[in-house]
Ligand binder design. Structure first.
Ligand SMILES: [Mn+2]
Length: 332
């Protein structure tokens, strides 16, 4: 961590950047870094910046931790990108980097975007279930404040999907944080606060509009909604789909999820096998994890077209002929 502090020491205006629709892994990481830097480097002007919106599930936690979020920043000297793999996700920051040569640091656990990493003045990017996990490993010897421990715990619980992903690591880290004083009951309670009406509606609509395909013994589900795509995709996986793709036609976006055990078996990587080939054919930006990723296109693609393209990619990865993937009649 001293490396990070050393690199930051000449800069006065530090902007910590979360990803759009910031979740608690991104916000928790930003909050912990904010306090860490404040503690060790005096007289710095630091803000946490969130482009666009905040994920609705983060709101109770923002209130509990009292995280101050800025929608603007003045003359930044350096950016710290947390839980973000590519500058393409944050066009405003990208323009500062390109036009004003503002340096940046990346701390992240997604599949790295080479271009973004190569231009960073410093990065800590590795495979982990959450960015909070990476930050914890770096600063664990300096941690004493209960809220800081809890912010890391919240990010770890959230991104591990309550210890379903990489349980051995996430449970042991949570155990360490609890032993140091984090109140896991409080955090679990904040993470389970009733979702809002529109999110519930999006999930229910998403389920009712599903198109289902069978590829050997795998179930591939597609649907469309106009918001909460990640949450809808997770719901489709929760109810039994092995692959879930949620299309937001007006925003020209597709969000995919693969069930973890399926990924371990078939090794279809959403980022490299689905999203990347799609954005090569239909220009856009995309990224994420092997089992959770999304793409934003710059051109219109119909839902039918997108479904057909994705099925084609899955078929070729599974070494299946596309016609062997059949649609399931949901009326029977
Ligand atoms: Mn994350």
């Amino acid at each position: 961590m001293s490396n990070l502090l050393k690199i930051l020491s000449p800069f006065n205006n530090i902007v910590i950047v979360c990803h759009p629709n910031a979740d608690i892994d991104s916000l928790g990481s930003a909050y912990v870094l904010f306090n860490f830097i404040k503690n060790f480097l005096n007289n710095k002007n630091i803000v946490i910046y969130v482009p666009e919106s905040i994920s609705s599930s983060s709101i109770p936690l923002i209130e509990y931790f009292n995280i101050e979020i800025c929608n603007e920043f003045l003359s930044p000297d350096i950016f710290i990108l947390v839980d973000i793999s590519s500058l393409n996700q944050i066009p405003l920051i990208k323009s500062y980097v390109e036009e004003k040569s503002i340096p940046y640091i990346v701390i992240d656990h997604h599949v790295p975007d080479e271009q973004t990493i190569n231009k960073a003045i410093f990065f800590i990017v590795k495979e982990a279930t959450s960015t909070c996990e990476i930050i914890y490993e770096i600063i664990k010897n300096y941690l004493t404040d209960k809220k800081i421990l809890e912010a890391l715990l919240a990010g770890i619980i959230y991104d591990s999907r309550r210890f379903l992903i990489n349980p051995k690591k996430s449970i042991s880290l949570a155990y360490e944080l609890i032993n140091k004083g984090a109140d896991i009951e409080k955090i679990l309670q904040l993470l389970s606060i009733e979702q809002n009406y529109s999110e519930k509606m999006a999930k229910i609509k998403g389920c009712s509009r599903m198109k289902i395909f069978k590829a050997s013994s795998w179930i591939i589900a597609f649907t469309y909604v106009s918001a909460f795509e990640a949450s809808v995709a997770r719901t489709l996986i929760d109810i039994g789909a092995d692959f879930a793709f949620v299309i937001n036609e007006s925003e020209r976006r597709v969000t995919g999820r693969i069930r973890e055990v399926v990924y371990n078996q078939v090794r279809i990587n959403l980022v490299t096998d689905i999203i990347k080939p799609l954005i090569e054919k239909y220009p856009g930006q995309g990224g994420g994890h092997p089992t959770a990723a999304s793409a934003n296109f710059n051109v219109d693609i119909s839902i039918e077209n997108l479904i057909s393209e994705i099925l084609e990619l899955i078929a070729s990865k599974l070494n299946l002929q596309k016609h062997l993937i059949c649609e399931i009649d949901t009326k029977k």
